[in-house]
Design a protein around this ligand. Structure first.
Ligand code: DGL
Length: 269
């Protein structure tokens, strides 16, 4: 394998760009090949079987593009398709999900009362609670599905009255009252982290809101160092972004997610 090969990253759509951005912040020398499965968005309300079949095709696509590792930059797909992808991709291409790095962080930081928000699929899978309790069963995990948030963010409602109302409605839910930290268990949510923090400040609640994309970015860097996978070539980083369905509005929103202008190519799998 050539270390000059790209890091493969995918999500149901553009939410995973928050993770791609965080990875590049840590590893500016790396090339990235990104796939957003916009034709099947949202994953949050799809069956586990459907997501597994999409993930397998995307995994093959990224392997064909010579990905040296694949990051599943989607909590919903990480919850249901990680094991399958680990088995179905060639052994030399290691798979990283976005849940293990956050669980690792929670244990390290010794949080005791953890809230999790995510899509229906992620919360229904109970994956955060299972993985946290495998390591420390004394940690209380309080979960809430927040299905309006991803479509709201995709539609560009991130700073304003509408998003504040939706955020408030969810965060005041009984499930999330006794927590000391909140996991943003969907890769779209880092885009409303400030608004969530604002809600807690306004209500004088001491809750640490985790920048889950940044935690994953740092984890990927560490993983690449430990496995000797870093790109040591002195060439400018080149990135490619693919989506399974293209629209102009969508292309515009990608800039918000990635923090700078990018060019999307449409491809049917
Ligand atoms: N970004 C996906 C995640 O992290 C959720 C969006 C969707 O429902 O497709 O779960």
């Amino acid at each position: 394998m050539d270390f000059n090969y790209p890091i493969g990253i995918f999500d149901s759509g553009i939410g995973g760009l928050t993770v791609a951005n965080a990875i590049l912040k840590q590893l500016p020398n790396e090339h990235i090949v990104y796939f957003g499965d916009t034709a099947h968005l949202p994953y949050g309300d799809k069956s586990a079987d459907a997501i597994k079949s999409y993930a397998k095709k995307i995994g093959n696509f990224l392997v064909d593009k010579h990905a040296k590792i694949i990051v599943i930059a989607c909590n919903t797909a990480s919850s249901v398709a990680y094991d399958l992808l680990t088995k179905s991709t060639p052994e030399h291409v290691q798979i990283i999900n976005v849940i293990d790095p956050v669980v690792h962080y929670i244990i390290q930081k010794k949080y005791k009362k953890v809230g999790v928000i995510g899509t229906q699929g992620t919360i229904k899978s109970n994956i955060y609670q299972q993985k946290i309790h495998l390591q420390d069963s004394s940690i209380k995990v309080h979960q809430l599905a927040t299905p309006l948030l991803a479509p709201m963010i995709e539609s560009g409602f991130v700073h304003g009255q509408i998003s504040d109302l939706v955020i408030e409605e969810y965060l005041q839910h009984a499930n999330l009252q006794d927590i000391d930290t909140l996991i943003l268990g969907c890769t779209h949510y880092p885009l409303i982290k400030k608004e969530i923090e604002h809600y807690y400040n306004k209500h004088n609640k001491n809750v640490e809101v985790l920048a889950t994309n940044e935690i994953v970015g740092k984890y990927v860097k560490q993983f690449m160092i430990e496995n000797g996978l870093l790109n040591v070539a002195d060439t400018a980083a080149k990135h490619s972004f693919y989506v399974s369905d293209y629209s102009d509005t969508f292309a515009k929103t990608t800039n918000l997610f990635f923090g700078k202008k990018i060019e999307l190519k449409a491809i049917k799998l």
